[in-house]
Design a protein around this ligand. Structure first.
Ligand SMILES: Nc1ncnc2c1ncn2[C@@H]1O[C@H](COP(=O)(O)OP(=O)(O)OP(=O)(O)O)[C@@H](O)[C@H]1O
Length: 600
């Protein structure tokens, strides 16, 4: 039998770095393929957080380069505030070291593990130290470090350190090398695209093994950096209360007013009375029983919700739509930002959007984009409360078929913004099932579902009317020809009649001065888009609307529109006015027609 004394010889404390070296899957490093994505995600999250904190428009470079058969070098460079040289080794060489863990506000990073876990993974797979260059401003020189982590002690090991010249005035560059593959290229591209959608103020340039893509920003405004708030009395637990009470020197009343958000003198007195304490008692002298009573009273007394506008930074409906439309061509897109709500004393806001049609693949279930604090969640979709909520909604009621998720050319985006996103694990892949959060997600999806239903109804109705009108219009020229033959009068132009029936201007193609032109005749328009469709639907769907068409208008309003079209192109302009117009269609294949839609 093993004696307690024998066991005692084997018992020793475990450093956090040793623990995560063995359990790297808990941090999102379960496979070499995933390692690349997790590393980039952690570094880009940090870059975006840092830029937001210093109110800089992020300009982020992400590079992946194969340097050996199985070894990849990952580079992430930002134009953030940089990191002071004394802290660089701790930020990258020590797990559980960070600036956000103790703050109650929305941020991408929460735990202080992310980037050091990537450094740990690199040294585990290749043994190569991580290179960090950081500069804090024009007056300071850049510092270049080669770093590793001493796993037994969870302390940084500085392999080299020197001051260098760097053409960036402020920012941070990190280069990590580890064993991996580029098997997850598509997922990586998805991650970058989704990051760009929810960070419309960021420019991200990615060089993935020589393939360069730039995600341009659609907004030139840095979102306001969420401000930290004090804990809410409804979100505090006994251990935390005991710790902060022991560190305070004032009276119970001063403690309540000074240490918690939304607690004024009146609320504090109510709590104190309910806990049967004297307001003048020193808070650090309360015994365990008194603290328990105080906690119960703090949670029983009604307190307004935490100040969400201050500590949260939702993206906003307009920017969500613009972000989605920039990356994905859609026929319909609507976004909603719910009012702030609270779970367990933590503020949160749910935002969501639905996109339909356009270039979204029509087969299969809807694409679901999940985000938490502006970070895309790429793994564990099935284990996430967001997925659950999407499946809970009765999409059939909104005219869609459903197999868990709704079916069809649809995308659903849900963003949970909170001072404390409840993740199911440290790898921050899935949102835990919290009834208050789930309720808000379902509500916002139902709101958007109703909007989508209205859109689909109108679209189907218009399609039906169009089909009928088209059937009638197709026989009008024949009738006109027959009538002109019978009455022996010249053939009249029936296009205005066809236009009236179709509630569109039907254009006629003709040749003027050797140029193929399309005339757009006799209509009265308010603000109408002129759409040039190639009859091949696929080609038309591929063509990008070109607002620059307007620049090519000759004269004012109802004059001639001229623009040379390439084969297979479709352009859209907004035209205000009425009258005749013609479009120069030199070089266009024969199968182009012009339709001015009047019912928009
Ligand atoms: N590029 C950067 N620019 C400025 N500061 C940075 C940068 N990267 C990291 N930091 C600082 O280093 C700290 C630790 O980063 P780390 O990624 O380990 O944790 P985190 O982002 O706080 O939380 P999480 O573990 O949830 O990602 C951050 O809190 C931040 O203060």
């Amino acid at each position: 039998m093993v004696l307690a004394e024998d066991l005692a010889k084997q018992q020793r404390s475990i450093s956090i770095a040793e623990f995560f070296e063995k359990n790297k899957h808990l941090l999102g490093f379960d496979s070499p393929t995933r390692g690349i994505i997790t590393t980039i995600k952690e570094a880009v999250d940090n870059a975006l957080d840092a830029c937001e904190e210093s109110e800089v428009l992020p300009d982020i470079f992400v590079g992946i380069k194969r340097v050996d058969a199985e070894v990849y070098r990952i580079t992430v460079e930002d134009n953030g505030p940089g990191i002071v040289p004394e802290n660089v080794p701790l930020v990258f060489g020590k797990l559980l070291y960070g600036s956000r863990f103790h703050q109650i506000r929305q941020s991408r990073g929460q735990q202080g593990i992310g980037i050091s876990a990537a450094v740990l993974y690199a040294q585990l797979t290749t043994g190569i130290p991580t290179l960090v260059v950081s500069r804090t401003g024009a007056k300071a020189r850049a510092h270049r470090f080669e770093l590793m982590i001493k796993t037994e002690t969870n302390e940084p090991e500085i392999v080299s350190h020197e001051e260098i010249d760097w053409d960036r005035t402020h920012g941070t560059r990190i280069e990590i090398q580890f064993k991996s593959t580029l098997a997850a290229k598509k997922r990586l591209a998805d991650y970058l695209r989704l990051t760009a959608i929810v960070n419309p103020h960021a420019r991200i340039t990615a060089d993935i093994d020589g393939e360069v893509t730039t995600f341009e920003r659609v907004s030139g405004e840095v979102p306001p950096c969420p401000k930290p708030i004090l804990p809410h009395p409804h979100g505090i637990e006994f251990g935390a209360l005991k710790r902060i009470a022991a560190a305070s020197t004032g009276t119970v009343e001063e403690f309540l007013v000074g240490s918690f958000s939304r607690v004024g003198k009146k609320t504090a007195d109510e709590m104190i009375a309910l806990a049967k304490l004297k307001p003048s008692r020193k808070v650090n002298k309360l015994d365990a029983d008194e603290l328990k009573r105080l906690l119960e009273a703090m949670q029983a007394v009604k307190v307004p919700a935490p100040p969400a506008q201050q500590c949260l930074s939702p993206i906003g409906e307009d920017l969500i739509c613009r972000g989605l439309e920039k990356e994905i061509q859609l026929d319909f897109v609507k976004a909603r930002t719910r009012p702030s709500a609270v779970y367990g004393g933590h503020s949160f806001i749910i935002e969501a959007a639905i996109g339909y049609g356009g270039k979204v693949p029509p087969e299969g279930t809807a694409q679901l984009f999940r985000f938490a604090n502006r970070v895309p969640l790429l793994y564990q979709q099935g284990a996430c409360a967001i997925t659950n909520c999407v499946s809970q909604v009765n999409w059939k009621g909104y005219g869609l078929s459903q197999q868990g998720l709704p079916m069809g050319p649809m995308l659903i985006m849900v963003h949970v913004a909170s001072t404390n996103v409840p993740f199911t694990s440290e790898s921050k892949d899935a949102v835990a099932s919290i009834p208050e959060i789930e309720r808000e997600i379902v509500l916002v999806l139902q709101e958007l579902g109703r909007e989508l239903k209205t859109y689909l109804y109108r679209r189907d109705k218009t399609k039906q009317q169009d089909n009928r009108a088209r059937a009638i219009c197709s026989i009008i020229p024949d009738i006109a020809a027959k009538v002109s033959e019978i009455v022996e009068l010249p053939l009249v132009d029936t296009s205005p009649i066809e236009g009236k029936i179709m509630r569109k201007v039907v254009a006629k193609k003709r040749t003027v001065d050797g140029k193929v032109c399309i005339d757009v005749n006799n209509y009265t328009a308010k603000e109408v888009p002129l759409v040039l469709y190639n009859l091949s639907r696929d080609e038309a769907a591929d063509a990008v609307p070109r607002p620059d068409f307007v620049d090519n208008m000759d004269g004012e309003y109802n004059k001639v529109w001229r623009r040379t079209l390439g084969a297979g192109e479709a352009w859209q302009i907004v035209y205000t006015g009425s009258g005749d117009g013609s479009v120069d269609l030199r070089g266009v294949e024969d199968n182009v027609k012009v339709v001015v839609d009047l019912d928009v």
